[in-house]
Write a protein that binds this ligand. Structure first.
Ligand SMILES: [Ca+2]
Ligand SMILES: [Ca+2]
Ligand SMILES: [Ca+2]
Ligand SMILES: [Ca+2]
Length: 450
């Protein structure tokens, strides 16, 4: 009965799809994120917070990486001068997800409340459930002091991802999405710290702030099949950073009278066939899609999540519907090779070049397919009347404030020989947690030994 109804609709659907195909030949890939920075109080040398809004419009590819820079003369109170567990801000996001193989169009609001987190790289906590009690160790509060262990201790994978780089501040928060603890961190490094080949980390840009979502970037992390099968644009985020803690301690201090630039460098995900759908979203990464994976049943007559452009059987009448075409445990929309078995029993979604196309179906697994679009966004902020020469706030007046080059931990110029031969996969700033839960959807850049 149900099938008969579907069949009746077939001719009109085919006609509609043909029309759409004519109207929209192949959309070129676009990546035009937007940025807005608002300072709470622009009085010079005053404890003040700021709000950063970042968004990606619906028609764009999702971002692969995001690093925000705080101007180098800004006053940043060091994380080790702020009590661990102190409330320091929050992030509100509206994410777009694909659930259980459906179109990527489900809006999900997410809220993270952030605390100042430990910088002690020698006192670590695991991102796995090492003690086998059913909860990942970072998401527990073993000493019951009200502070999450991932805040109180340094997640061990950060030492693998960033090697010997010591952040000057770490902000962390957890929220639960679909029953899964999702951990979001911001790590602030000294200006000039070289974190990725893909991003110009010029010292003049200021303090790089790297967003770390879950344990993306950890070579040891294993993807798992899950209910969240896609993570795509549109995305909107509002990140509120407090200037003063609830008990009155300054956290950020405005610089002297002058003008300053907040910079964001965002990388758009790769789209091998240039059809406007990034590889992670595109079930046919090398063929222009018939439909739009952000629209229900578009270009997918048998509704199995696999676009007609590469579905070996997109025909309802002959029973083509198969939400896991290669029967490897990953639904088509989540599978980085929907037509080649590469599930947990095989190579478990291995993707050596991190282009979101699995090794099992990547024509050259060591050469990335598609370009990373790079966008540099700048927002000029006026402090005071903006006529002064600028400069940092006085360290004498603001205890605990970071002074450039003073701690020598990882300042510019000393990182040339410091990294080992290990390839560092670094993160991505995915503001919303769910990408990783989507399994195999790790979005990352990597740093190679020079
Ligand atoms: Ca395609
Ligand atoms: Ca299909
Ligand atoms: Ca597969
Ligand atoms: Ca690949």
């Amino acid at each position: 009965m149900k099938q008969a109804i579907h069949l009746g609709l077939l001719p009109s659907l085919v006609a509609l799809i043909a029309l759409l195909a004519i109207a929209y030949p192949s959309d070129a890939q676009t990546f035009n994120p937007n940025l807005q920075v608002v300072i709470d109080d622009t009085t010079p040398e005053t404890a003040s917070g700021f709000t950063i809004e970042f968004g990606i419009p619906k028609e764009d590819t999702m971002f692969a990486g995001l690093v925000q820079f705080i101007p180098r003369d800004w006053g940043i109170v060091r994380g080790d001068a702020i009590e661990v567990g102190t409330e320091v801000g929050e992030l509100e996001a509206q994410a777009t997800l694909g659930l259980i193989g459906g179109a990527c169009q489900s809006a999900l609001p997410v809220l993270f409340e952030f605390e100042n987190a430990s910088l002690d790289r020698g006192d670590t906590v695991s991102f796995d459930d090492d003690d086998d009690n059913g909860t990942e160790d970072f998401a527990e509060d073993k000493d019951e002091n009200g502070i999450l262990d991932g805040v109180e201790k340094y997640p061990d994978f950060l030492n693998d991802v960033f090697e010997d780089l010591q952040p000057i501040r770490r902000t962390a928060g957890m929220t639960i999405v679909a029953g899964i603890p999702v951990f979001l961190q911001f790590l602030i490094f000294e200006p000039g710290t070289e974190i990725s080949d893909e991003i110009p980390f010029g010292e003049d840009l200021g303090y790089p702030t790297v967003t770390v979502l879950q344990d993306i970037g950890d070579d040891e992390a294993e993807p798992e099949p899950g209910a969240i099968t896609d993570f795509c644009a549109p995305l909107s985020t509002v990140n509120v950073t407090l200037g003063t803690s609830p008990d009155g301690q300054p956290l950020y201090v405005t610089p002297q009278n002058g003008t300053y630039t907040f910079t964001t460098i965002a990388l758009g995900q790769r789209d091998a066939d240039g059809d406007g759908f990034e590889n992670s979203l595109d079930t046919c990464p090398f063929t222009i899609n018939v439909g739009d994976p952000k629209v229900t049943n578009s270009g997918d007559l048998d509704s199995d999540g696999l676009d007609a452009a590469c579905d070996p059987n997109d025909d309802l009448a002959s029973g083509g519907t198969d939400s896991d075409e290669d029967a490897d445990g990953y639904l088509n929309r989540q599978d980085n090779c929907p037509l080649e078995p590469n599930g947990q029993a095989e190579d478990n979604q291995a993707d050596e070049d991190l282009d979101q196309i699995g090794d099992a179906c990547d024509p050259d697994p060591t050469v990335e397919d598609g370009e990373l679009s790079t966008v540099k966004l700048e927002e000029v902020i006026t402090i005071g009347d903006g006529t002064g020469p600028g400069g940092p706030p006085s360290a004498d007046d603001w205890p605990g404030i970071h002074v450039l080059g003073e701690d020598g931990s990882n300042g510019s110029g000393d990182d040339g020989g410091s990294s080992s031969g290990v390839i560092i996969a670094i993160i991505i700033a995915v503001v919303v947690a769910v990408a990783v839960i989507g399994g195999g959807a790790a979005m990352m850049m990597r740093r190679r030994e020079a």
